[in-house]
Design a protein around this ligand. Structure first.
Ligand code: SF4
Length: 246
């Protein structure tokens, strides 16, 4: 039987990207395959935690703790009840949810038809996406730049975006003072090669850990530059850092 380590389950509003403000059920998975310099999720890279928390009444901010790991059926029992309240979609987020591909295959079979499936991912695990794509509705895919990860992930991102294009997808690029123009150019060219209408979101970094903020003027200038090649380039900061519900 497949199981997963969760961090938390709660109901809130989406705080990033083009679905900013829609009401979602968030299922946050522990663990990630990357270690970005701006990561604000300790559970992504640290030790696995034996407990996860669940909001008792959607939107109340009151939580109860449970033991990890969980089965797909146990997750379904929790989020199935939450989905009865009005939600735009369920957001599978992390960490990196695609680390739990086998778990998700089982869970999404159970959850199918309840509400839309929204995947928030670092856009690297394309083999896993390939197996799950038919069950996902919307994909919020990050491009992780070498200046943030120390890695060159372009090939993975390209393969991932080609598969994600079967469904609704947008690309998010976190930009900081360390972001290099040639990296942004490479990201833009990659999207342009696949489909220049895929929205690109420039998300100014929230300065945590080693990440340094980018000036608003520099972000606007990047937007102008990217808009020469792509149809829809938006600047959208993280909302939940200024609007803390939890
Ligand atoms: S991909 Fe996301 S969760 Fe993983 S290390 Fe980077 S910012 Fe953190």
């Amino acid at each position: 039987m497949t199981t997963a380590f969760l961090q938390e389950i709660f109901s809130s509003v989406q705080g990033e990207g083009i679905y900013l403000g829609v009401r979602q059920i968030f299922v946050r998975f522990q663990r990630c395959n990357l270690a970005c310099n701006y990561c604000d999720t300790n559970e992504a890279t640290g030790e696995l935690s034996e407990k996860f928390r669940v909001e008792t009444v959607p939107g109340s901010g009151i939580f109860q703790w449970f033991n990890n790991p969980v089965t797909p059926r146990q997750l379904m029992d929790v989020v199935g009840k939450m989905a009865a309240e009005k939600h735009h979609s369920i957001s599978l987020t992390g960490g990196e949810p695609l680390l739990y591909k086998d778990f998700l295959l089982e869970f999404l079979n159970l959850f199918r038809g309840t509400c839309q499936i929204f995947l928030e991912t670092n856009g690297t695990r394309w083999e896993d996406l390939k197996e799950l794509i038919s069950m996902i509705d919307i994909i919020s895919m990050d491009f992780k730049l070498p200046s943030a990860t120390g890695l060159s992930l372009w090939d993975c991102h390209e393969k991932f975006l080609k598969i994600a294009k079967e469904k609704e997808v947008y690309v998010k690029l976190v930009v900081s003072a360390e972001t290099k123009k040639h990296e942004v150019d490479r990201a833009v060219k990659l999207i342009q090669r696949i489909d220049h209408t895929v929205p690109l979101i420039l998300q100014p970094v929230t300065p945590v850990n080693k990440a340094k903020a980018i000036s608003p003027r520099d972000v606007i200038s990047l937007q102008d530059h990217c808009s020469l090649s792509l149809k829809d380039v938006r600047v959208i900061p993280q909302m939940h850092k200024t609007f803390e519900l939890l």
